[in-house]
Design a protein around this ligand. Structure first.
Ligand code: DAH
Length: 339
């Protein structure tokens, strides 16, 4: 009988810690007690057997008690910002949170273009070789493809190296309204990826804003006017710009658009532009006839311009940020400055 008492205490204690309470009914200690029944003296065997059975029943009762207590509990949502079981749920204070500077500036950039009549569209973070190169007039094996070395999946899909991957889709999707007399004006903003050596100006993952405008009689003058209007609005003042001829397979002519360095002071060395006085901001040009043709638009009737602008670079110039790697660093000291 002492054996039974001892095992009872042991098993009740064990029961508290077990996740699956039923396991206790298969405990070796209990099995051992059953085994001992036959070893009891004849006259005590029945009492011993009853006591072991009583212990098993007690354990079963405990298990069903504990299980009903558990099912009375409200389910816990571990992702909830409050303790859903507390009597008066209190919301966590949000006063320390901030919108990430990239999200905040994308919103501002999109607002400006929206007010200028552009539709704002997302881009995509996985794409294919056709949209990345072929539809943009990169001949197969052309060395210009090397400038857009990026991450690939084993199936041959690419993490887009620029938002220009959206040009073909945008033009094709708006072809009918274009032919009905409405120019195409779309801004596609998203994350892009490159195989880069990282430094203060280069990240493997960053953001771009791609603008596409197509209509009748559109010229380089419209391109320059649109971008200047945007920059004046974004920086809140007139900015001096410089346009240099460049090469992109998907535009003809192509340009690099530079901004007069806003950090330069007369006669002083400038760390931001290496005293060149200009900072290259974006690539742009008149959409190549082949790109229009591949999207089903007649280049004899319609012309258009496009540009691709690095968002981080724009924010760096606006807020005097010296290293692009701050954006993804997660450093609170950096992020709190944008509160
Ligand atoms: N996609 C180019 C890049 O990332 C930038 C660019 C150049 C975009 C010319 C355009 C364009 O839309 O017309 O280097």
């Amino acid at each position: 009988m002492e054996d039974i008492q001892h095992t009872r205490e042991l098993l009740l204690k064990k029961l508290e810690t077990l996740e699956d309470k039923h396991v206790i009914l298969r405990a070796p200690e209990l099995r051992e007690l059953y085994g001992k029944i036959k070893d009891q003296p004849e006259d005590q065997r029945a009492t011993f057997g009853q006591a072991v059975n009583a212990l098993k029943q007690e354990l079963e009762a405990q298990i069903s008690d504990l299980s009903s207590q558990i099912s009375d509990l409200k389910p816990i949502d571990v992702t909830a910002p409050i303790d859903v079981n507390s009597v008066i749920p209190e919301l966590l204070s949000t006063e320390n949170g901030t919108t990430h500077p990239i999200s905040a500036e994308i919103q501002k950039i999109s607002d400006i273009f929206y007010r200028m009549g552009f539709e704002i569209s997302p881009s995509r973070e996985i794409d294919d070789e056709y949209h990345m190169f072929t539809s943009l007039n990169f001949p197969e094996g052309h060395p210009a493809r090397d400038d857009y070395d990026t991450f690939m999946t084993e199936e041959g899909l690419v993490a887009p190296a620029h938002t220009s991957t959206m040009q073909h889709r945008i033009i094709k999707a708006h072809k009918e309204s274009l032919e009905a007399g409405e120019p195409i004006a779309v801004l596609a903003v998203d994350r892009v990826f490159r195989n880069e050596d990282l430094d203060a100006r280069h990240e493997h993952t960053f953001h771009q804003a791609e603008g596409v405008y197509v209509g009748k009689g559109i010229t380089v003058g419209n391109l320059v006017g649109t971008l200047k209007q945007f920059l004046t609005s974004y920086f809140g003042k007139d900015v001096e710009t410089k346009i240099t001829p460049f090469y992109f397979p998907f535009t003809e002519p192509s340009f690099e658009f530079s901004l007069s360095c806003p950090f330069c002071s007369e006669g002083e060395d400038c760390r931001v532009c290496s005293s060149e006085r200009w900072i290259e901001l974006l690539g742009c040009g008149m959409i190549h006839p082949n790109v229009l043709k591949m999207a089903g638009v007649d280049p004899e009737v319609y012309t258009g311009f496009a540009w691709g602008c690095g968002i981080e670079r724009l924010i760096m110039m606006k807020h005097n940020i010296e290293d692009i790697r701050h954006f993804n660093s997660g450093k609170l000291a950096f992020l709190r400055q944008f509160k």
